[in-house]
Write a protein that binds this ligand. Structure first.
Ligand code: ATP
Length: 357
């Protein structure tokens, strides 16, 4: 049975490094939840606290209503998958998967049935008798996933499970993990520093930095309404233009910038008049020679990169401001480096963010 995971003021330090700093959150039963953040922000430490490998210095961890702080890792009924697979190299696929079932003292026939069914789930049935050291990285990771799933964990913990795999295989396994999650509905907590992985898979995600959750939400909420400039630049690509709030009412604002006044209809924070803000503008929202009447700038094209589905433009507005624009479905070549273009940005695409959050 899947459980909810409640973090209640969890803190974990190593010497003077505060790896996890007073984190509180409930991950709902059945959720596919991501911990996303840069290297060293505390993601793995938090996952290990949940698994029971680390004791928190303060705070409580609950699975449903049950406090877990004193429950040893092997009694938490969690399944864990690591970046480096962590399989026993000289055992067969079947023996690797069977290990956890033996510990649970299940009968021969039950063990057999469960191994057969989990191997089907990860599409590795024909490899049952192969030593794992004869498998490719992607196949080994499927077996690591099978070994974690076969015990029917209450919580599945995945620590950068796809980082060692090439891009095509990663995409493939992303889809499969998502499918398996949809079928099993096991509460899953997935650590990654890959924002595409998180955005494409998560029900909800927490953006971590320096041991704290900077923002928690669905991928759409976080991409469209980032809490601050760090989140805006970590989740997806963005441009920033700094300025000061000149007018501000009813979700609209005008912002004075060194490049002219910007009008926005995407104000999601409380700002005071005169406050310094950082406007996030996603590259795909910038229009070149478009017909929007406000938020017009003149730019010189610095570089054009044609990528088939999209075309990327490096634009120079001034010595201190460069913008990136992405145009979808590019047709024939129209703009070249050195050309002057009119840039326009829709008021709902300019998102002012607080600077010192
Ligand atoms: P990565 O993506 O690089 O794995 P992370 O976000 O998972 O990073 P953690 O591994 O949780 O980060 O580390 C958080 C901080 O705690 C880092 O500063 C790290 O150096 C420190 N740290 C983690 N484990 C230990 C340990 N066992 N002893 C001392 N310091 C540690």
């Amino acid at each position: 049975m899947s459980v909810s995971v409640q973090l209640n003021h969890i803190t974990k330090a190593f010497g003077t490094t505060l790896a996890v700093n007073d984190i509180s959150l409930t991950i709902e039963s059945g959720e596919l939840f991501f911990l996303l953040g840069p290297s060293g922000c505390g993601k793995s430490t938090l996952l290990r606290v949940i698994a029971g490998f680390y004791k928190p210095d303060t705070g409580k961890l609950l699975f449903d209503d049950k406090e877990m702080n004193k429950v040893p890792p092997h009694q938490r009924n969690t399944g864990m998958v690591f970046q480096n697979y962590a399989l026993w190299p000289h055992m067969t696929v079947g023996e690797n998967i069977e290990y956890g079932l033996r510990l649970r003292k299940l009968s021969n026939s039950t063990r057999n049935e469960k191994i057969t069914s989990v191997l089907e789930m990860v599409e590795m049935s024909e490899y049952r008798d192969r030593p794992v050291n004869t498998l490719s990285g992607g196949q080994q990771q499927r077996i690591a996933l099978a070994r974690a799933l076969v015990i029917e964990p209450s919580v599945l913990l995945l620590d950068e499970p796809l980082s060692n795999l090439d891009a095509a295989l990663r995409q493939n396994l992303r889809d499969e993990i998502k499918n398996i999650h949809r079928r099993t509905k096991i509460t899953t907590i997935y650590v990654t520093h890959d924002q595409v992985e998180a955005i494409s898979m998560a029900d909800r995600m927490a953006i971590m930095n320096d041991g704290v959750f900077v923002q928690v939400g669905t991928p759409r909420e976080i991409y469209q309404h980032p809490a601050d400039p760090f989140v805006a630049s970590f989740v997806g690509e963005t441009n920033f233009i700094s300025g000061n709030i000149k007018e501000n009412a009813d979700g609209k604002a005008t912002i004075e910038t060194p490049f002219g006044v910007l009008h926005t209809e995407s104000v999601f924070h409380d700002f005071t008049l005169g406050e310094e803000v950082c406007c996030s503008i996603r590259p795909e929202t910038i229009q070149l020679n478009g017909n929007i009447s406000s938020n017009k700038l003149t730019a010189k094209v610095d570089a054009v990169t044609y990528l088939g589905r999209v075309e990327e433009y490096a634009l120079i507005i001034s010595d201190t401001l460069k913008l990136k624009a992405i145009i979808h479905n590019p047709g024939t070549e129209t703009k070249k480096p050195g050309d002057t273009v009119n840039v326009s940005i829709s008021p709902d695409a300019i998102v002012p963010l607080p600077i010192n959050n």
